[in-house]
Design a protein around this ligand. Structure first.
Ligand SMILES: NC(=O)c1ccc[n+]([C@@H]2O[C@H](COP(=O)([O-])OP(=O)(O)OC[C@H]3O[C@@H](n4cnc5c(N)ncnc54)[C@H](OP(=O)(O)O)[C@@H]3O)[C@@H](O)[C@H]2O)c1
Length: 269
């Protein structure tokens, strides 16, 4: 069974809406949505995103919350329950990377990635499901990195493998309940991601060699929303990214490991 999600008049909660893809989700949904709740930690950046939205579009609320904590997640639920805002769309977009060797990562850094990319995404999905009016939509933002192990981005890539598996399972499980679930798997996209993923004193993470995979945030978000509207369980925006995802899945593992070793020996690229 396949469901479609009508974007017109939707009421969306967008996590990680203060920059990058989240801000772009707000900009593309604003003319079509009835209401948006934008969530992130940086208040000034959230306010700037609200100012950038077309005037006269959706009613927009802001919530400052650290979703990597129980307190922040509880604050989001409390804000929903305290107001008349009844969402029917959750865009689980907030995410964090961590570039560098795993053995050199501060444990707190790995925990932050897991808390945001896995725990927050899972618990918010669980908590919002009974709060989402039907027909409902959930857009889980994963990554091309979900398709393969990525040395020096190991925890992040593994966390996104979780997101993709979780999202595709829910897409099947929840369709009969009127909930459309779509997993968006972007390739490298110029946003604040690389800066946030860079460790203090760490190497420049805006790596060479990603050109053909690179997509602008506008195209990534448009592809994600179109897939959700069409009820597709998963989308890799851009033909090159889709081809790369397919290749990573079908390559014999020993060959993939060999390619990853050679890449690591070159210092990554
Ligand atoms: N850019 C890429 O190349 C790429 C590729 C594949 C997948 N993705 C995924 O796309 C999603 C969006 O990332 P982006 O590329 O747009 O990067 P970004 O510009 O760094 O945006 C990340 C967003 O997450 C928010 N955030 C971070 N930690 C948070 C926390 N603890 N609580 C609440 N919000 C938090 C940030 O806001 P505050 O700092 O204000 O909290 C920001 O709004 C992520 O899930 C990422 O993994 C990105």
């Amino acid at each position: 069974m396949k469901t479609r999600f009508p974007l017109e008049g939707c009421r969306a909660v967008i996590t990680g809406a203060s920059s990058g893809l989240g801000a772009e989700f707000a900009r593309q949904l604003a003319p079509r949505a009835a209401a948006l709740l934008l969530v992130a930690r940086r208040e000034a950046e959230l306010a700037a995103v609200r100012r950038s939205l077309p005037p006269g579009s959706a009613e927009v609320r802001l919530l400052v919350a650290d979703l990597a904590t129980d307190a922040g997640r509880d604050a989001l639920l409390a804000a929903l329950d305290a107001t008349a805002f009844r969402p029917n769309l959750l865009v689980n977009n907030a995410g964090l990377g961590d570039y560098g060797r795993f053995d050199a990562a501060p444990a707190a850094r790995s925990r932050a990635v897991l808390e945001l990319n896995i725990t927050a995404l899972t618990l918010l999905t669980h908590a919002l499901l009974p709060r989402l009016t039907r027909p409902a939509g959930i857009l889980q933002v994963s990554s091309l990195g979900a398709s393969l192990p990525v040395p020096e981005l190991a925890v992040y890539a593994a966390s996104k493998a979780y997101v993709s598996s979780f999202a595709e399972a829910l897409a099947v499980e929840l369709a009969p309940c009127g909930v459309t679930v779509t997993c968006l798997c972007p390739g490298p996209t110029p946003t604040g991601f690389s800066g946030a993923a860079r460790r203090p004193g760490g190497p420049d993470t805006d790596r060479r060699g990603t050109g053909p995979l690179r997509m602008p945030p506008e195209a990534v978000v448009a592809a994600g929303l179109a897939a959700l509207a069409a009820g597709r369980p998963s989308v890799h925006p851009g033909r090159t990214v889709a081809f790369a995802a397919w290749l990573f899945r079908v390559l014999p593992r020993p060959l993939l490991w060999s390619l990853l070793r050679r890449r690591a020996a070159r210092g990554g690229d």
